[in-house]
Design a protein. Structure first.
Length: 125
């Protein structure tokens, strides 16, 4: 099963449980779903704003802080979701994307002009 499906299953399991009937828990579920969507959108994005949001969500998920009521740990405990399970799935997803990016050839190297507009710019060794 893919990581995205596993994460969706965890969110839908929390949605169908009795904990989702409480308005505060529905808000927490919406926050968690938005964070997962933002993580998936930004993981390999070329847009700076999506990457910035991805890093923010990644930091929020990696944090073990429980002081804030809407911390990742508190949301998972209220929704009866194992936070380490979601972390491991997202870590695998991140690894997969970064490994795929590293395995491709990427841009081909090209020769740069060695002459500036007004003449020689350097030496070739």
């Amino acid at each position: 099963m893919s990581n995205a499906l596993a994460l969706q299953e965890a969110a839908s399991a929390a949605e169908t449980s009795d904990t989702a009937s409480c308005p505060q828990n529905r808000l927490m579920l919406a926050i968690l779903e938005e964070a997962l969507v933002t993580f998936q959108r930004g993981i390999g994005s070329k847009k700076a704003e999506r990457r910035r949001q991805f890093y923010e969500v990644d930091h929020w998920i990696a944090s073990h802080d429980t002081d804030w009521p809407f911390s990742f740990e508190n949301i998972c405990s209220c929704l009866l979701i194992d936070p380490d399970y979601i972390r491991s799935g997202l870590h695998k997803m991140k690894e997969k994307v970064y490994m795929k990016r590293g395995s491709t050839a990427g841009r081909r190297l090209r020769r740069e002009r060695i002459y500036a507009r007004r003449g020689w710019r350097g030496q070739i060794k």
